[in-house]
Each structure stands twice: as C-alpha cells, then as structure tokens.
Ligand binder design. Structure first.
Ligand SMILES: NC(=O)C1=CN([C@@H]2O[C@H](COP(=O)(O)OP(=O)(O)OC[C@H]3O[C@@H](n4cnc5c(N)ncnc54)[C@H](OP(=O)(O)O)[C@@H]3O)[C@@H](O)[C@H]2O)C=CC1
Ligand SMILES: CC(C)(CO)C(=O)C(=O)O
Length: 313
C-alpha cells in the first residue's frame, strides 16, 4: 500500500517505520524542522519490542509532491488539525482513506467534513512513545496496539473496506499489535473515557500512575471523571458496558507504577497539551446535550494555562 503518514511524531513514526519494515511504501509528510531532523538523523525506534532504523526515510514537506495515497495515517496532535487543513484537503483529492490515531473524538467530524464519512476509519493506539532530542522514537512498556475499523458498518464495498482488508493482511507480518475492531467507534469512546481520567490525574498531579494508585483522594477524582465521561458517551448513544468498573480496573492495574500519559510526558517537556481536544471537546459535547461535567471542567481549567507553553504550537 502507498501510505502517507501526516506528522512524523512519536506515533506516526512508530507506525510508519514498522509498516515500512514489511514492505509498505511509506512517505512522511512533515514540516521543515522535522524534515531537517529526518535528513540528518534518519528514523529510529528504541523499543522493548525490538529496535528498528531507517537511515534515509522517505519524506516530503510539500503535499503536491505526493502523487497517490491509499491510506493516510494522521499522527498529529488535536491542536495541529486546523493548521493541516490544506494538506488534508489535497490528500482527500488524491483519493486517500484516512486512519487517525489521535486521542479523543471531535477530530472525526473535522476529518469527515473534508474526506466524506465513508473515507474516514476509526482508529486508536495503545502505546507509550515519545520523540527524543534526535527525533528518534523511545517506546516504553509492553503495549504497541493499533486498532482500526469501519465506523459506518452499513457501508458496502467501499474504498475504506478495501483498505481495512489490506491492513488485516499486514496484521500477521508487522511487528505491531495491529487489529481490526468491529466496534471501533465504541473503542474510541472507551479510550476517550480512559484517557480523560488518566491524562487528567497524571498531568494535574505531575505524577505517574503508581503514586496516584496509592492516594485514594486522587484516584477518586479519576473515578468521577470516568463517571462523567461514561455519561457523556451515553448521551451520544454509546453504551460503555461495565464502563466505570472496567476503566477503573485499567487505571488501577493496567500500567506499571512509573507509567504516565502522553499528556504528562508533554507537560514535563514543556510541549503544548491537547487540553482543548480532550477536555474542551468533552465540555462542548456535554453542553450540546445539556450535561454538566464538573470534574472535567475543573481539569480543563487547571490545565488550560499550560496548553501552549511560551505560546508555541
Ligand atoms: N505518544 C503516545 O504515547 C500516544 C499518543 N496518542 C495520541 O496520538 C496523537 C499523536 O501523538 P504523538 O505522536 O505523541 O504526537 P507528537 O507531538 O509526537 O507528533 C505530532 C507531529 O505532528 C507534526 N505536525 C504538526 N502539524 C503538522 C503539519 N501541518 N504537517 C506535518 N506535520 C505536522 C509535528 O511536527 P513538528 O515537528 O513540525 O512540530 C509532530 O512531529 C495525539 O492525539 C496523542 O494524544 C495516543 C496514544 C499514545
Ligand atoms: C494511556 C496511553 C499511554 C495508552 O496508549 C495513551 O494513549 C496516552 O497517554 O496518550
């Protein structure tokens, strides 16, 4: 498959490099600074699942250089989407099907408005990864799962279904837990519920999950956020079976003590935070349904000043 990865950040690079290893044609569509770094340092993954490098990764900064694209993997942060709208529009014209790996839900509508509903797949990633100073991917922990699937299950013989079938064929070969989900939209909501609590408590407390598990008051805050997010999902007709219990079990036992959220990692590195894409979006969706989310609102207020450190985006 001809795969374009928009944004060679932690997730985009990890996915793109692993798929390159099994023979897919990968092009990273990047901005100038990242292009320079890729030229100088190449791409590398340092991972407990196996290191991998690509000395001369294929990249471009000008979307018009891309002739064809079967699959566009969107590895941007939520706050990058607006700035990438022209690139997205041009890739839509080239016939791409889109697989976003962003946390949250609101980006789906933005992408569907550009690509059309039938060309946007649902996607989520369970992995802890970040870029180091050289622009290489540092993966920690033992998860590296990428889930994808059709949101519109009624669609028949669409381009998106063919892309899903090709991804399924790669699943056995690629060094990733790559799997199709029949219920990807629900999976995205489940992740949204979880990540709101996990990012919220780790980033506001500036602590990894271990000490939070040992602090009932902080854990209780996580639980309140989970309850509100499960109610929000219900308001959007998504029933999260065993929602609160299952999510709390993941918070309690799903990660080693030192594990933390990508938002907390970004906070530590003074990078911008997806405050609006996660908490702001939840508040907007809540308001639209007349639903109050007081604990989410508090997290949003506490993290808002750190959204764009030194004004950088
Ligand atoms: N990292 C993790 O462990 C996990 C992250 N996620 C989610 O995945 C998504 C991606 O996260 P992550 O990979 O960590 O993010 P990163 O910040 O590492 O990567 C985002 C990349 O997008 C690039 N970018 C921004 N705008 C453009 C543009 N217009 N054209 C080309 N490139 C652009 C940035 O490049 P530049 O260098 O130019 O700024 C940056 O390299 C987020 O929604 C996150 O919440 C989900 C699970 C785990
Ligand atoms: C919780 C985790 C690490 C799981 O992949 C994640 O998605 C994030 O922090 O953004």
């Amino acid at each position: 498959m001809k795969i374009v990865v928009l944004g060679a950040g932690a997730l985009g690079s990890y996915f793109g490099l692993r798929m390159h290893e099994i023979g897919h044609e990968i092009t990273f569509l990047v901005r100038e600074g990242r292009a320079q770094q890729l030229k100088e340092n190449g791409l590398k993954i340092m991972s407990p699942k196996g290191d991998l490098s690509w000395k001369t990764p294929h990249y471009c900064v000008d979307v018009s250089e891309i002739e064809a694209c079967d699959l566009l993997v969107v590895g941007l942060k939520g706050y990058h989407l607006q700035g990438a709208s022209e690139q997205l529009r041009q890739l839509a014209d080239k016939g791409a099907t889109v697989l976003p790996v962003l946390n949250g839900i609101e980006h789906l509508k933005i992408l569907q408005d550009i690509f059309g509903e039938d060309r946007v797949l649902g996607g989520i990633a369970y992995i802890i990864a970040t870029l180091n100073e050289a622009g290489h991917v540092v993966h920690t922990g033992d998860q590296h799962a990428f889930l994808y699937g059709m949101i519109d299950k009624g669609a028949k013989d669409t381009l998106a279904q063919r892309v899903c079938a090709e991804l399924s064929q790669s699943a056995g070969d690629v060094n990733l837990d790559l799997a199709e989900s029949e219920f990807i939209y629900k999976e995205m909501w489940k992740k949204y519920v979880f990540i709101s609590a996990f990012s919220g408590v780790t980033t506001t407390s500036r602590l990894p999950i271990g000490p939070i598990r040992n602090t009932p008051e902080t854990l209780e805050l996580g639980k309140k956020v989970v309850e509100e997010m499960v109610a929000l999902a219900e308001a959007y007709d998504v029933h999260i079976d065993d929602g609160v219990e299952e999510t709390m079990t993941k918070l309690l036992y799903g990660f080693p003590d030192e594990a933390t959220s990508s938002m907390h990692q970004d906070f530590r590195n003074q990078r911008p935070l997806e405050v609006d894409a996660l908490f702001g979006a939840a508040l907007r969706m809540g308001r639209a349904k007349g639903l109050a989310l007081p604990h989410v609102e508090t997290l949003h207020a506490l993290l808002k000043p750190y959204e764009y450190p030194q004004g950088k985006k």
